[in-house]
Design a binder for this molecule. Structure first.
Ligand code: WTA
Length: 652
């Protein structure tokens, strides 16, 4: 983000907030959080109900040979009790969940905290009756329906580890995740609805199970959501309603150690297959609860809507665990923001009188592109705060969102974080931190962000470099499921003694951070993380593809688009038909989020003499940035660059 530093502005905010803190108290508390982490976090841990209060607060070291990340380790608690039971006395009849269906013609569903508690207990008992026990991994492949939240909390209640796989992933991608977690149970629905279309989830699960060799899945629990007549393959497949109908609505919660795993969530890295990020119970809950409270300044009675799908970390931390632990009333939406037209998002806000909205830059850019339609016939006056996450927000989108969507009344909270971090890391706090459009502003309590150059030299003052975190925070992921060595190598080896985010950032003279994007080979397409290695091996699996190299390029709506350079085994096959077929192939292998925007045929790729593809050059060509290709002398065949540029230019 090359925006000039325009100075921080105190954007006017609507009043009503009781939890706002001013800038001075914020600075003091932030400094205390770094200087005395044990004291600070012992105090913050009180916002969670513990079965046994922790006496050991922080036991962490980022030393490569002595990596230890343990928080509140002698504490015991249960996440579902914190999200449900403890609210029953005071908030039992308050709404916990308002579900908005894909089609405006369908009925809204609502759950009070008591109703949600009942539903979770019934399912938890049902899961137990299927033999699911503490520590078992349960895969969820669900549409955005209340049963998805219920299933997550039911797993948490009995100590099962949920592994939610985004419903847009293909059977192949789902199979890889089921297999990695050795899940015995998959929870799914007959189908999901998105933008008026059906997504046949159960059929995908069936296919995924046939791909899991050796077989591990024993049961599939199916929610009848769309009323599709689907074949239930007895005794493996079980109807959700039938299972829960006669279960008791009381289910004692499993006592969990703070460091017992709560969930696994797969995310893409720059190499190899997706990594199962393991998050544990105590630290994760304290941190997501605290950050939800401070960043969204949630006041009792307010309506809070996080639009993220529960298949992503934002859905876990800020649609489920953070808000429900704070007894918030949440909105869950089944569909897409611009169906049946771009005005849908604003209509949902008016319909449910949403006060706090958490969304993604790609959604804002898509709506901004049809601004009149996006704002038509709605007031959006209920809004008080607007948040974004997942990718850099460009100042134009920020300004449109602030001025047009929020009537210049709602501060925009641009929150930087990652699947690995569990919760927000660099973020404004309403009232305490003035804003600059395009900047995620300052680190959250307890977060010591630093910048280093490529040699690991610490950069001070205004600077640009690799973004690292110098000490642990409670919601940090603890390991990669089944591969602790990979965890150490990925995050703690490049710059020893630090957690490496793989993002670049600029810090300005006010100490504000401006995230510049990934410095590794991970693409961020519409806020979805995709490893180039995954995309390339999927393309290379096609019989006609000899070699594929994938890079990102700037895209006005998606942030980044997918650009694939492909060498075929037979040059005669370079046709439009094959181009279309390869795009479909990629969707099938990975899922509908993997849309190759541009495929360029090439006989050769720019490689070093040792055979390594120089992606830097491919990225520049894809971005039409030919002037600054850097040193080409290390290429085995420097002539390849001119040929690539020529074909690229003819493509346009
Ligand atoms: C990017 C999503 C700029 C970043 C919560 C990070 C952002 C990756 C922001 C993690 C932001 C996230 N500004 N970039 N506010 N938030 N990112 O794991 O590149 O799906 O590394 O977590 O998204 O994506 P993930």
């Amino acid at each position: 983000m090359n925006t000039p530093n325009t100075g921080a502005t105190q954007y006017p905010a609507k009043t009503s907030a009781e939890t706002y803190i001013d800038a001075d108290s914020h600075t003091k508390l932030y400094q205390q959080s770094l200087a005395s982490p044990d004291e600070f976090w012992a105090e913050q841990a009180k916002r969670v109900d513990w079965i046994r209060t922790p006496s050991i607060i922080k036991n962490c070291s980022f030393a490569k040979d002595n990596l230890s990340i343990r928080w509140f380790e002698d504490g015991q608690l249960n996440a579902s009790v914190n999200c449900l039971d403890r609210h029953l006395e005071t908030h039992g009849e308050q709404l916990a969940l308002i579900w908005e269906p894909d089609s405006e013609a369908d009925a809204v569903r609502k759950f009070t905290y008591r109703q949600l508690h009942n539903a979770v207990c019934k399912l938890a008992n049902g899961l137990k009756s299927l033999g699911v026990a503490k520590g078992d991994v349960v895969t969820l492949y669900m549409p955005m329906i209340p049963e998805a939240t219920i299933a997550m909390l039911a797993c948490a209640r009995i100590g099962a580890v949920h592994s939610v796989v985004f419903g847009g992933f293909s059977p192949e991608a789902l199979a890889g995740r089921i297999q990695d977690g050795q899940s015995k149970l998959v929870i799914t629905a007959d189908a999901g609805k998105r933008g008026g279309k059906r997504v046949n989830l159960k059929a995908n699960v069936d296919e995924a199970i046939t791909l899991c060799q050796p077989a591990c899945v024993e049961n599939v629990l199916v929610v009848n959501h769309c009323g599709e007549t689907i074949a239930l393959n007895a005794p493996r497949d079980i109807d959700y309603q039938t299972l829960v109908r006669n279960q008791s609505s009381e289910c004692p919660a499993e006592i969990m150690d703070a460091e017992d795993p709560l969930f696994i969530l797969y995310t893409s890295g720059s190499t190899g297959k997706p990594k199962g990020a393991v998050h544990t119970t105590g630290g994760y809950l304290v941190y997501t609860s605290l950050s939800h409270h401070w960043v969204f300044d949630y006041n009792p009675g307010e309506i809070y809507w996080c639009m993220a799908d529960i298949g992503w970390i934002t859905g876990h931390s800020y649609a489920v665990y953070g808000p429900l632990s704070n007894a918030a009333t949440t909105v869950m939406y089944e569909g897409v923001p611009n169906f049946p037209d771009a005005g849908r998002l604003a209509r949902i806000i008016d319909k449910h009188q949403v006060n706090i909205l958490y969304t993604a830059p790609t959604v804002i850019r898509a709506l901004m592109a049809c601004s009149d339609e996006a704002l038509a016939n709605t007031s959006r006056q209920s809004l008080r705060l607007l948040g974004t996450a997942g990718e850099p927000i460009n100042p134009e989108a920020w300004t449109w969102f602030y001025e047009k969507f929020g009537h210049s009344q709602c501060p925009i909270l641009d929150t930087w974080w990652q699947t690995e971090t569990g919760g927000m890391m660099i973020t404004p706090l309403p009232g305490a931190i003035d804003l600059k459009p395009g900047s995620a502003t300052l680190p959250f309590f307890g977060i010591n962000a630093v910048l280093v150059d490529n040699d690991g030299q610490l950069l001070t003052g205004a600077a640009e470099g690799n973004l690292l975190i110098s000490d642990s925070w409670p919601a940090q992921m603890r390991t990669i499921f089944g591969d602790h060595q990979r965890f150490i190598e990925t995050y703690f080896s490049t710059f020893e003694g630090y957690y490496f985010s793989s993002d670049g950032a600029r810090r300005d003279e006010d100490g504000y951070y401006w995230i510049t994007g990934r410095v590794d080979d991970v693409l961020n397409v519409s806020g979805h993380r995709m490893g180039t290695a995954e995309l390339e091996s999927a393309l290379a699996a096609h019989p006609l593809v000899a070699e594929a190299a994938v890079v990102g390029f700037p895209h006005s709506i998606k942030g980044e688009g997918i650009y694939a350079y492909i060498t075929l085994t037979d040059k005669q096959a370079e046709t439009e038909t094959l181009r279309t077929e390869l795009k479909q192939w990629l969707r099938k292998e990975i899922g509908p989020i993997a849309v190759a925007d541009i495929i360029q045929w090439t006989d050769d790729l720019p490689k070093t003499r040792s055979g390594k593809i120089m992606r830097r050059i491919l990225r520049k060509i894809a971005a039409d940035d030919f002037d600054n290709l850097g040193d080409l002398s290390t290429l085995a065949d420097p002539g390849v660059v001119a040929r690539l540029i020529e074909t690229h230019s003819n493509l346009k």
